[in-house]
Every structure is written in structure tokens, then in C-alpha cells.
Design a protein around this ligand. Structure first.
Ligand code: NAP
Length: 208
């Protein structure tokens, strides 16, 4: 899978809620860029996550702004407001199809957390999705990969072969923990880029 043919160009899409984006996400994206020979990685914050109707999530434009700040120093990274601007639920199939139209000669690699992928059989048009793009499941240290593989086992091999796994030690950092730390007045320094930390403080995010 890692051999790039003369004609194949590869584009990474980093999908997540990014509430907030942190170094775990950045390390995972950079690892995927290197391991899968991706030309660039586009971070796409989820606009209205369809699977979280009852969760309180920071306004999409604010999560997008933090994502822009986080990717600014890496020329191989950029952020897109595609899902933030699109009305209605943010279905990955719509995002991938749009990006395929925009980049017709590139193979798409959708990078996200393994925990999110565990539920992929509930995603809109998931079989089509798995057949038109590759997935990279980024896992935290100690993650029960076996559980994810068992969950995906009923899928046909032709679809399963499009899912790769990548252990990312930096994913010990989590958005949930960062939000809790801010709420409790504990430090978040060195868990995320300074520009994002400053933005969180200046805009009083996650205080309650
Ligand atoms: P989530 O349930 O909030 O996250 C599950 C776990 O994965 C968390 O531990 C999270 O850690 C981690 N994670 C999330 N994105 C990651 C990333 N890019 N890299 C590494 N770890 C990541 O998942 P989510 O953020 O809502 O969804 C992930 C992606 O799947 C989004 O692009 C979303 O739109 C897509 N999705 C699509 C559908 C659909 O089409 N129906 C349904 C569900 C999800 P942190 O909290 O630290 O990020």
C-alpha cells in the first residue's frame, strides 16, 4: 500500500471535531503524511457531527479558527471550512465525494481516530465510502485494536483492506482532557500549539 505508482497521487483528509485541536492530532497527521506518502493533509473540522446531536460542541467557526492556527506552521498542512460552511449534518461521504471532484487525480486517505471508526458501519453510505477512499485509524497507546478489528470483521475483505492502523503515542493527549483541564484551571501548555492555547484563553473557551 505504501508504494506510490507514477500515476497515483495521494491526499490526506484529517477528520475530527477538533474541540480543540491538539498536538496528538498534528503528530498523527504528520505520521500519516510520511507513512502513506501524502502530498498534503487537509484538516476538516466536522461542522454538525450527525452522531452527537445531544453533545455541547464549540461553535464550528471557532473550532475551524483554532485548526487554522494549529496548521499554520506546516506547509504540508492546511484547514478547510467545507463542513463548517455546509448546512445540515456533516456526513463524511459528502466530504469525500466533494474532495474527489476537486482532486480527481488523487487517492483520498481519510485519517481519524480509531474510536470514531469503530462505529463506521453506522455512517451514511459506509460501504461506498470504504470502497472509494482509504482510511487511516489513529490509535492511542494501549488502545484495544482487537476490538476495532472484531467490529469490522463482518465487512468484506475488499473493504477491510482499505483500512490501515497507526499507533500514535502523542494521542495520549485528548480534547476531552484539555477541556477538563481548562475548566479546572489546570495547565494545558505543551499539549497543543501556543497559538491555540492563547486563543482559548483570550476567548474564554471551556471555562464551564
Ligand atoms: P469522536 O467520537 O469525537 O472521537 C472519537 C475518538 O477519536 C476520540 O478519542 C478522539 O480524540 C479521536 N479522534 C477524533 N478525530 C481524530 C483524529 N483526526 N485524529 C486522531 N484522533 C481523533 O470523533 P469525531 O471527531 O466526532 O469524528 C471523527 C471523524 O469521523 C469526523 O470527521 C466526523 O465527521 C467523522 N464521522 C462521520 C460520520 C458520518 O459520516 N455519519 C459519523 C461519525 C463520525 P480527540 O477528542 O482528542 O480528538
Amino acid at each position: 500500500m505504501n508504494t506510490v505508482t507514477a500515476r497515483e497521487r495521494r491526499l490526506g483528509i484529517m477528520g475530527g471535531t477538533f474541540d480543540p485541536v491538539h498536538f496528538g492530532h498534528l503528530v498523527a497527521a504528520e505520521g500519516a503524511r510520511y507513512s502513506f506518502s501524502l502530498e498534503k493533509v487537509i484538516f476538516i473540522p466536522a461542522g454538525n457531527p450527525p452522531h452527537k446531536p445531544d453533545h455541547i460542541i464549540t461553535e464550528p467557526s471557532i473550532r475551524y479558527k483554532m485548526t487554522c492556527l494549529a496548521v499554520a506552521s506546516n506547509p504540508s498542512f492546511c484547514a478547510s471550512d467545507l463542513e463548517v460552511e455546509r448546512p445540515g449534518p456533516s456526513f463524511t461521504i459528502d466530504t469525500v465525494r466533494y474532495m474527489m471532484r476537486l482532486h480527481p487525480n488523487e487517492r483520498i486517505f481519510f485519517i481519524t481516530g480509531a474510536d470514531a471508526l469503530i462505529e463506521i458501519s453506522t455512517w451514511k453510505n459506509f460501504e461506498v465510502l470504504l470502497s472509494i477512499c482509504n482510511f487511516v485509524a489513529a490509535t492511542r497507546p494501549g488502545y484495544r485494536l482487537l476490538e476495532l478489528k472484531e467490529k469490522l470483521d463482518p465487512l468484506p475483505d475488499s473493504l477491510k483492506q482499505n483500512i490501515s492502523y497507526m499507533e500514535v503515542p502523542a494521542l495520549a493527549i485528548s480534547s476531552t482532557d484539555i477541556r477538563q483541564r481548562v475548566r479546572e484551571g489546570r495547565p494545558i501548555k505543551y499539549l497543543l500549539p501556543e497559538s491555540v492555547e492563547d486563543y482559548i484563553i483570550q476567548n474564554n473557551l471551556y471555562r464551564q
